[in-house]
Design a protein around this ligand. Structure first.
Ligand SMILES: [Fe+2]
Length: 338
């Protein structure tokens, strides 16, 4: 029996008793998941229940909110598993003592080393590529710089033609953190300033960004790949194409959605079993509905995104994205990116 819980957004962060937030009369499931994924998890959890007999309930919120809630609840938390949508946030949750180490040969086998914590406190479960998208009626992909595609959007030829995501999005912040990690702060600052000098149009979500390109409001932009996959699923003639960035350089910037066992969990073995299942038998169930790439190299991506073709990716450095987040925010602010 798995049921989604109410949205957390409006609730004050209160320490609750073990079953407090379930509302007393509700029967408690075996596992409680705090999830920042705003995508459907029910099918995957139902399949897990069918295979293992363990029931799962989940609570949605955003990464920051849920981490604050875990910290406030401490050892009294009802949560067993924390799922985030950003590598930096996984690092952050571990750094703040909210995740218990998993000693898991299963995860070591299923998840590439850069997509999991060396100390076993979290593992990536789904990969999302933040790459360049363009209007094929306005842009010949040969015009894009294959070596450093992100930085080259600062070339004056793109003036007034680029759309990007707003400065408050973790997607933007982790991309800029990766630029700082790669090129140093000074160069990252120059890159962001060159986008601003090109009159970048800043959008509040990736769907709006893609729709703007489709409508001719921008020629080129940066988006997570799965939003484009969603648009193409609805309308195969949607007028935006994907370009795998920096294939002759450092590779595409990717981020992960991943999970760890909550430090205060009263069922850490079952919680670890869920994380392991999501990385193995449950991989396709977990990633396919949202058109994400499996982290497990033995699992094939679903058809639509497989059609985007193979790509080289930058290694994910969760510690860098997490520890450079504040600097990334400063770089964006100082560049006047908004
Ligand atoms: Fe997203």
């Amino acid at each position: 029996m798995r049921r989604p819980l109410a949205l957390l957004a409006a609730l004050p962060l209160l320490a609750t008793s073990a079953c407090g937030f379930l509302g007393g009369s509700e029967e408690e499931a075996d596992l409680q998941v705090y999830s920042a994924r705003h995508y459907d998890l029910e099918a995957a959890f139902d399949a897990f229940t069918e295979e293992t007999g363990l029931t799962v309930e989940f609570l949605n919120g955003d990464d920051d909110e849920l981490l604050e809630r875990l910290k406030a609840e401490g050892q009294n938390t009802p949560a067993d598993v924390f799922i985030t949508v950003d590598a930096g946030m996984l690092w952050n949750a571990a750094e703040q003592g909210q995740l218990a180490a998993m000693d898991s040969p299963v995860l070591a086998e299923a998840v590439p080393a850069d997509l999991r914590d060396p100390d076993g406190r979290w593992a990536g479960l789904a990969m999302r590529a933040r790459t360049v998208v363009y209007d094929p009626e306005a842009v010949d992909p040969a015009e894009l710089d294959a070596e450093d595609t992100y930085a080259a959007l600062g070339d004056p030829k793109w003036r007034g033609r680029i759309c990007m995501r707003d400065e408050t999005a973790s997607y933007t912040q982790s991309l800029v953190a990766s630029l700082i990690d790669l090129h140093g702060r000074e160069r990252a600052q120059e890159i962001v300033e060159s986008w601003v000098a090109n009159d970048v149009q800043v959008m509040s979500n990736d769907v709006e960004l893609l729709e703007t390109i489709d409508a001719g409001g921008c020629d080129v932009g940066i988006s997570n790949h799965y939003y484009l996959a969603r648009m193409l699923e609805e309308d195969p003639d949607f007028g935006v194409a994907l370009y795998w960035a920096s294939q002759e350089g450092e590779g595409v910037h990717v981020n992960i959605s991943g999970a760890g066992v909550v430090e205060g969990s009263d069922a850490p073995a079952d919680a670890q079993r869920l994380v392991e299942w999501l990385a193995t038998d449950g991989q396709s169930q977990f990633v396919d509905d949202n058109h994400e790439f499996p982290v497990n190299p033995d699992v094939e991506p679903e058809e639509l995104i497989a059609g985007f073709g193979e790509f080289e990716r930058m290694p994910v450095d969760a510690a860098a994205y997490g520890s450079l987040n504040a600097e990334a925010v400063e770089v964006l602010d100082e560049a006047g990116y908004r």
